[in-house]
Design a protein around this ligand. Sequence first.
Ligand code: BT5
Length: 327
Amino acid sequence: MPRRTAAADLLKLLRGAGGMVSGELLSRELGVSRTAIWKQISSLRAAGYRIDAIPSQGYCLATEPDLLDEATLRTALGNACLIGRRIVCCGETGSTNADAFSLAEQGAEEGTVLLAERQLAGKGRLGRRWESPTGVNLYCSVVLRPELPPYEAPQLTFLSAVAVARAIQITTGLQPAIKWPNDLLMNGRKVAGLLNEMNAETDRVGFVILGIGVNLNMRADQFPADLRTPATSLLLEYGAPVSRQLFVVHLLRELDREYRRFQQEGFGPVREEWARYCNAFGREVQVDVGSNSLQGPFIGIDHDGALLMKLSDGRVERILSGDVTVI
Ligand code: BT5
Protein backbone atom coordinates (compact mmCIF):
# COMPACT_ATOMS: atom_id res chain seq x y z
CA MET A 1 0.00 0.00 0.00
CA PRO A 2 1.30 3.49 -0.69
CA ARG A 3 1.75 5.80 2.28
CA ARG A 4 -1.65 7.21 3.13
CA THR A 5 -0.59 10.81 2.56
CA ALA A 6 1.03 10.00 -0.81
CA ALA A 7 -2.12 8.21 -2.02
CA ALA A 8 -4.28 11.09 -0.78
CA ASP A 9 -2.03 13.66 -2.55
CA LEU A 10 -2.08 11.63 -5.74
CA LEU A 11 -5.88 11.45 -5.63
CA LYS A 12 -6.07 15.18 -5.10
CA LEU A 13 -3.95 15.80 -8.20
CA LEU A 14 -5.95 13.35 -10.30
CA ARG A 15 -9.22 14.92 -9.18
CA GLY A 16 -7.92 18.43 -9.72
CA ALA A 17 -6.76 17.62 -13.24
CA GLY A 18 -10.34 16.86 -14.27
CA GLY A 19 -8.94 14.73 -17.13
CA MET A 20 -5.63 13.34 -18.34
CA VAL A 21 -2.52 14.15 -16.33
CA SER A 22 0.98 12.96 -17.23
CA GLY A 23 2.98 10.57 -15.07
CA GLU A 24 5.88 12.97 -15.32
CA LEU A 25 3.90 15.85 -13.86
CA LEU A 26 2.58 13.62 -11.08
CA SER A 27 6.05 12.42 -10.14
CA ARG A 28 7.39 15.99 -10.18
CA GLU A 29 4.54 17.38 -8.06
CA LEU A 30 4.75 14.57 -5.51
CA GLY A 31 8.55 14.29 -5.52
CA VAL A 32 8.56 10.52 -6.11
CA SER A 33 9.66 8.31 -9.01
CA ARG A 34 7.31 7.35 -11.84
CA THR A 35 7.55 3.74 -10.64
CA ALA A 36 6.29 4.88 -7.25
CA ILE A 37 3.38 6.66 -8.98
CA TRP A 38 2.56 3.49 -10.91
CA LYS A 39 2.54 1.47 -7.67
CA GLN A 40 0.20 3.95 -6.04
CA ILE A 41 -2.10 3.87 -9.07
CA SER A 42 -2.22 0.07 -8.79
CA SER A 43 -3.13 0.28 -5.11
CA LEU A 44 -5.87 2.81 -5.81
CA ARG A 45 -7.26 0.55 -8.50
CA ALA A 46 -7.25 -2.35 -6.05
CA ALA A 47 -9.25 -0.16 -3.67
CA GLY A 48 -11.95 0.36 -6.31
CA TYR A 49 -10.84 3.53 -8.14
CA ARG A 50 -11.04 3.31 -11.92
CA ILE A 51 -8.00 5.04 -13.34
CA ASP A 52 -7.49 4.95 -17.10
CA ALA A 53 -3.90 4.96 -18.39
CA ILE A 54 -2.96 5.97 -21.94
CA PRO A 55 0.67 5.39 -22.96
CA SER A 56 2.62 8.63 -23.45
CA GLN A 57 -0.38 10.71 -22.22
CA GLY A 58 -0.79 9.74 -18.60
CA TYR A 59 -3.60 8.91 -16.18
CA CYS A 60 -7.22 9.92 -15.83
CA LEU A 61 -9.45 9.30 -12.80
CA ALA A 62 -12.63 7.85 -14.32
CA THR A 63 -14.70 6.81 -11.27
CA GLU A 64 -14.25 6.67 -7.52
CA PRO A 65 -15.54 3.86 -5.29
CA ASP A 66 -18.55 4.53 -3.10
CA LEU A 67 -16.57 4.43 0.13
CA LEU A 68 -18.01 5.65 3.39
CA ASP A 69 -16.12 8.75 4.36
CA GLU A 70 -16.42 10.51 7.72
CA ALA A 71 -15.74 14.04 6.50
CA THR A 72 -18.26 13.86 3.63
CA LEU A 73 -20.93 12.37 5.89
CA ARG A 74 -20.35 14.97 8.62
CA THR A 75 -20.62 17.81 6.10
CA ALA A 76 -23.80 16.37 4.60
CA LEU A 77 -25.43 15.98 8.03
CA GLY A 78 -24.57 19.45 9.33
CA ASN A 79 -24.32 20.42 12.96
CA ALA A 80 -27.97 20.15 13.90
CA CYS A 81 -28.02 16.34 13.98
CA LEU A 82 -27.48 14.62 17.32
CA ILE A 83 -27.18 11.24 15.61
CA GLY A 84 -23.90 11.29 13.73
CA ARG A 85 -22.26 14.19 15.53
CA ARG A 86 -19.30 11.84 15.75
CA ILE A 87 -18.81 9.29 12.95
CA VAL A 88 -16.13 6.63 12.87
CA CYS A 89 -15.66 4.72 9.58
CA CYS A 90 -13.41 1.70 9.44
CA GLY A 91 -12.42 -0.67 6.66
CA GLU A 92 -12.76 -3.96 8.43
CA THR A 93 -13.81 -4.99 11.91
CA GLY A 94 -15.30 -7.94 13.79
CA SER A 95 -18.66 -6.32 14.56
CA THR A 96 -19.61 -2.63 14.65
CA ASN A 97 -21.95 -3.44 17.55
CA ALA A 98 -19.10 -4.90 19.59
CA ASP A 99 -16.93 -1.85 18.79
CA ALA A 100 -19.71 0.60 19.63
CA PHE A 101 -20.36 -1.25 22.90
CA SER A 102 -16.74 -0.86 24.02
CA LEU A 103 -16.66 2.79 22.90
CA ALA A 104 -19.84 3.44 24.89
CA GLU A 105 -18.32 1.71 27.94
CA GLN A 106 -15.41 4.13 27.61
CA GLY A 107 -17.87 7.04 27.63
CA ALA A 108 -18.58 7.69 23.92
CA GLU A 109 -21.17 10.44 23.62
CA GLU A 110 -24.75 9.89 22.55
CA GLY A 111 -25.13 9.97 18.77
CA THR A 112 -21.72 8.39 18.04
CA VAL A 113 -21.98 6.29 14.85
CA LEU A 114 -19.72 3.45 13.78
CA LEU A 115 -19.63 2.26 10.18
CA ALA A 116 -17.61 -0.50 8.56
CA GLU A 117 -16.95 -1.55 4.99
CA ARG A 118 -16.86 -5.17 6.11
CA GLN A 119 -17.53 -7.24 9.24
CA LEU A 120 -15.68 -10.45 9.96
CA ALA A 121 -18.04 -11.51 12.74
CA GLY A 122 -21.27 -9.59 12.03
CA LYS A 123 -23.82 -10.54 14.70
CA GLY A 124 -27.48 -11.43 14.36
CA ARG A 125 -29.71 -12.22 17.33
CA LEU A 126 -29.24 -15.32 19.53
CA GLY A 127 -25.67 -15.90 18.35
CA ARG A 128 -26.66 -15.97 14.68
CA ARG A 129 -24.39 -14.60 12.00
CA TRP A 130 -24.92 -11.54 9.79
CA GLU A 131 -23.34 -11.85 6.32
CA SER A 132 -21.20 -8.75 5.84
CA PRO A 133 -19.24 -8.72 2.55
CA THR A 134 -16.91 -5.81 1.70
CA GLY A 135 -17.95 -2.45 0.31
CA VAL A 136 -21.50 -3.24 -0.80
CA ASN A 137 -23.75 -2.93 2.24
CA LEU A 138 -24.34 -0.89 5.35
CA TYR A 139 -23.07 -2.07 8.74
CA CYS A 140 -23.88 0.62 11.26
CA SER A 141 -24.05 0.96 15.05
CA VAL A 142 -25.29 3.99 16.95
CA VAL A 143 -24.70 4.83 20.62
CA LEU A 144 -27.78 6.16 22.44
CA ARG A 145 -28.15 7.14 26.08
CA PRO A 146 -31.91 7.43 26.57
CA GLU A 147 -33.59 8.21 29.91
CA LEU A 148 -35.59 4.99 29.99
CA PRO A 149 -36.27 2.08 32.29
CA PRO A 150 -34.59 -1.03 30.82
CA TYR A 151 -37.90 -2.78 30.01
CA GLU A 152 -38.78 0.03 27.60
CA ALA A 153 -35.48 -0.14 25.67
CA PRO A 154 -37.02 -2.45 22.98
CA GLN A 155 -39.00 0.62 21.84
CA LEU A 156 -35.77 1.75 20.20
CA THR A 157 -35.80 -1.30 17.92
CA PHE A 158 -39.15 -0.10 16.56
CA LEU A 159 -37.74 3.39 16.19
CA SER A 160 -34.77 2.14 14.17
CA ALA A 161 -37.04 -0.05 12.01
CA VAL A 162 -39.09 3.03 11.08
CA ALA A 163 -35.95 5.04 10.27
CA VAL A 164 -34.56 2.24 8.05
CA ALA A 165 -37.92 1.82 6.28
CA ARG A 166 -38.05 5.57 5.58
CA ALA A 167 -34.44 5.69 4.34
CA ILE A 168 -35.19 2.81 1.94
CA GLN A 169 -38.31 4.58 0.70
CA ILE A 170 -36.52 7.92 0.22
CA THR A 171 -33.65 6.21 -1.63
CA THR A 172 -35.61 3.92 -3.95
CA GLY A 173 -39.23 5.06 -3.86
CA LEU A 174 -40.11 1.47 -2.89
CA GLN A 175 -41.92 0.69 0.35
CA PRO A 176 -40.42 -2.04 2.52
CA ALA A 177 -42.44 -3.97 5.09
CA ILE A 178 -41.46 -4.39 8.72
CA LYS A 179 -41.77 -7.88 10.13
CA TRP A 180 -42.12 -8.00 13.90
CA PRO A 181 -39.87 -7.52 15.69
CA ASN A 182 -36.68 -6.68 13.81
CA ASP A 183 -36.69 -7.59 10.10
CA LEU A 184 -37.28 -5.39 7.06
CA LEU A 185 -38.60 -7.16 4.00
CA MET A 186 -38.98 -6.34 0.33
CA ASN A 187 -41.14 -8.69 -1.69
CA GLY A 188 -41.14 -11.01 1.30
CA ARG A 189 -37.33 -11.22 1.46
CA LYS A 190 -35.12 -9.87 4.20
CA VAL A 191 -33.31 -6.68 3.19
CA ALA A 192 -32.27 -5.45 6.64
CA GLY A 193 -31.90 -6.68 10.21
CA LEU A 194 -31.66 -4.89 13.54
CA LEU A 195 -29.76 -5.91 16.64
CA ASN A 196 -30.08 -3.60 19.61
CA GLU A 197 -27.90 -4.29 22.63
CA MET A 198 -28.18 -2.67 26.03
CA ASN A 199 -26.12 -1.87 29.06
CA ALA A 200 -28.36 -1.27 32.07
CA GLU A 201 -28.59 -1.01 35.81
CA THR A 202 -31.71 -2.27 37.60
CA ASP A 203 -33.87 0.76 36.98
CA ARG A 204 -32.25 2.73 34.18
CA VAL A 205 -30.60 2.25 30.82
CA GLY A 206 -26.88 3.07 30.70
CA PHE A 207 -26.68 3.00 26.93
CA VAL A 208 -28.22 1.22 23.96
CA ILE A 209 -26.40 0.26 20.77
CA LEU A 210 -28.65 0.33 17.72
CA GLY A 211 -27.17 -2.21 15.31
CA ILE A 212 -28.39 -1.85 11.74
CA GLY A 213 -27.47 -4.03 8.77
CA VAL A 214 -28.95 -3.12 5.36
CA ASN A 215 -28.19 -4.98 2.13
CA LEU A 216 -27.61 -2.18 -0.33
CA ASN A 217 -25.61 -3.23 -3.40
CA MET A 218 -25.19 -6.93 -2.59
CA ARG A 219 -25.46 -9.10 -5.72
CA ALA A 220 -27.34 -12.39 -5.79
CA ASP A 221 -24.10 -14.41 -6.01
CA GLN A 222 -22.84 -12.77 -2.79
CA PHE A 223 -25.56 -14.38 -0.66
CA PRO A 224 -24.64 -17.76 0.79
CA ALA A 225 -27.01 -20.48 -0.35
CA ASP A 226 -27.80 -21.57 3.20
CA LEU A 227 -29.36 -18.38 4.58
CA ARG A 228 -32.04 -19.32 7.08
CA THR A 229 -34.43 -16.78 5.57
CA PRO A 230 -34.63 -15.70 1.91
CA ALA A 231 -32.72 -12.44 1.48
CA THR A 232 -32.51 -9.55 -0.95
CA SER A 233 -30.84 -6.17 -1.42
CA LEU A 234 -31.82 -2.72 -2.69
CA LEU A 235 -29.79 -3.46 -5.83
CA LEU A 236 -31.90 -6.54 -6.54
CA GLU A 237 -35.23 -4.86 -5.74
CA TYR A 238 -34.56 -1.46 -7.29
CA GLY A 239 -32.56 -2.75 -10.26
CA ALA A 240 -29.66 -0.28 -9.95
CA PRO A 241 -26.90 0.38 -7.42
CA VAL A 242 -27.67 2.97 -4.76
CA SER A 243 -25.17 5.46 -3.30
CA ARG A 244 -24.11 4.10 0.06
CA GLN A 245 -22.99 7.55 1.25
CA LEU A 246 -26.39 9.01 0.45
CA PHE A 247 -28.21 6.13 2.08
CA VAL A 248 -26.27 6.67 5.31
CA VAL A 249 -27.14 10.38 5.27
CA HIS A 250 -30.86 9.61 4.83
CA LEU A 251 -30.76 6.95 7.53
CA LEU A 252 -28.98 9.09 10.11
CA ARG A 253 -31.31 12.03 9.43
CA GLU A 254 -34.37 9.81 9.87
CA LEU A 255 -32.94 8.29 13.05
CA ASP A 256 -32.26 11.77 14.36
CA ARG A 257 -35.78 12.94 13.60
CA GLU A 258 -37.44 9.88 15.11
CA TYR A 259 -35.24 9.95 18.20
CA ARG A 260 -35.99 13.63 18.91
CA ARG A 261 -39.71 13.00 18.51
CA PHE A 262 -39.42 9.94 20.75
CA GLN A 263 -37.75 12.02 23.47
CA GLN A 264 -40.43 14.71 23.26
CA GLU A 265 -43.59 12.68 22.64
CA GLY A 266 -42.74 9.16 23.78
CA PHE A 267 -43.42 5.84 22.04
CA GLY A 268 -46.88 6.72 20.60
CA PRO A 269 -45.83 8.29 17.27
CA VAL A 270 -43.17 5.59 16.66
CA ARG A 271 -45.73 2.87 17.29
CA GLU A 272 -48.16 4.46 14.85
CA GLU A 273 -45.56 4.88 12.13
CA TRP A 274 -44.28 1.35 12.73
CA ALA A 275 -47.81 -0.06 12.32
CA ARG A 276 -48.09 1.65 8.91
CA TYR A 277 -45.05 -0.28 7.67
CA CYS A 278 -45.78 -3.57 9.44
CA ASN A 279 -46.79 -6.40 7.12
CA ALA A 280 -49.05 -8.06 9.68
CA PHE A 281 -50.54 -5.36 11.86
CA GLY A 282 -54.31 -5.74 12.24
CA ARG A 283 -54.26 -9.01 10.33
CA GLU A 284 -54.83 -12.63 11.27
CA VAL A 285 -51.44 -14.14 12.10
CA GLN A 286 -49.83 -17.32 13.30
CA VAL A 287 -47.00 -16.93 15.79
CA ASP A 288 -44.65 -19.84 16.36
CA VAL A 289 -43.02 -19.72 19.77
CA GLY A 290 -40.70 -22.72 20.10
CA SER A 291 -42.90 -25.75 19.47
CA ASN A 292 -46.08 -23.78 20.35
CA SER A 293 -48.21 -22.05 17.79
CA LEU A 294 -50.87 -19.38 18.39
CA GLN A 295 -53.39 -17.85 15.99
CA GLY A 296 -55.38 -14.65 16.07
CA PRO A 297 -55.46 -11.03 15.01
CA PHE A 298 -52.30 -8.99 15.64
CA ILE A 299 -53.86 -6.06 17.51
CA GLY A 300 -50.95 -4.04 18.82
CA ILE A 301 -47.51 -3.55 20.31
CA ASP A 302 -47.06 -3.19 24.05
CA HIS A 303 -44.77 -0.62 25.67
CA ASP A 304 -42.00 -3.24 26.00
CA GLY A 305 -42.27 -4.30 22.35
CA ALA A 306 -44.40 -7.40 22.99
CA LEU A 307 -46.77 -8.40 20.19
CA LEU A 308 -50.41 -8.31 21.34
CA MET A 309 -52.67 -10.97 19.92
CA LYS A 310 -56.37 -11.49 20.56
CA LEU A 311 -57.20 -15.12 21.26
CA SER A 312 -60.50 -16.77 20.34
CA ASP A 313 -61.71 -16.64 23.98
CA GLY A 314 -61.22 -12.83 23.97
CA ARG A 315 -58.07 -12.81 26.11
CA VAL A 316 -55.12 -10.75 24.90
CA GLU A 317 -51.85 -12.68 24.72
CA ARG A 318 -48.50 -10.91 25.03
CA ILE A 319 -45.75 -12.50 22.92
CA LEU A 320 -42.16 -11.44 23.53
CA SER A 321 -40.45 -13.47 20.83
CA GLY A 322 -41.53 -15.74 18.01
CA ASP A 323 -41.91 -16.03 14.29
CA VAL A 324 -44.94 -14.30 12.75
CA THR A 325 -46.67 -15.48 9.58
CA VAL A 326 -49.63 -13.69 8.06
CA ILE A 327 -52.47 -16.14 7.41
C1 BT5 B 1 -30.69 -9.79 12.62
O1 BT5 B 1 -30.57 -10.96 13.33
O2 BT5 B 1 -31.40 -9.63 11.67
C2 BT5 B 1 -29.80 -8.67 13.13
C3 BT5 B 1 -28.75 -8.26 12.13
C4 BT5 B 1 -27.98 -7.05 12.61
C5 BT5 B 1 -26.76 -6.81 11.80
C6 BT5 B 1 -26.08 -5.50 12.17
S1 BT5 B 1 -24.82 -5.08 11.04
C7 BT5 B 1 -24.26 -3.84 12.08
C8 BT5 B 1 -24.35 -4.36 13.49
N1 BT5 B 1 -23.16 -5.05 13.88
C9 BT5 B 1 -23.37 -6.35 14.07
O3 BT5 B 1 -22.50 -7.19 14.38
N2 BT5 B 1 -24.68 -6.64 13.86
C10 BT5 B 1 -25.42 -5.45 13.54
P1 BT5 B 1 -31.50 -12.24 13.14
O4 BT5 B 1 -32.94 -11.84 13.20
O5 BT5 B 1 -31.00 -13.20 14.15
O6 BT5 B 1 -31.20 -12.71 11.68
C11 BT5 B 1 -30.05 -13.42 11.37
C12 BT5 B 1 -30.41 -14.37 10.21
O7 BT5 B 1 -30.62 -13.60 9.03
C13 BT5 B 1 -29.28 -15.33 9.89
O8 BT5 B 1 -29.42 -16.51 10.64
C14 BT5 B 1 -29.48 -15.58 8.40
O9 BT5 B 1 -30.46 -16.56 8.17
C15 BT5 B 1 -30.06 -14.25 7.91
N3 BT5 B 1 -28.99 -13.39 7.36
C16 BT5 B 1 -27.68 -13.34 7.66
N4 BT5 B 1 -27.04 -12.38 6.98
C17 BT5 B 1 -27.98 -11.79 6.21
C18 BT5 B 1 -27.95 -10.72 5.28
N5 BT5 B 1 -26.85 -10.01 5.01
N6 BT5 B 1 -29.13 -10.39 4.68
C19 BT5 B 1 -30.27 -11.04 4.94
N7 BT5 B 1 -30.36 -12.07 5.82
C20 BT5 B 1 -29.22 -12.44 6.44
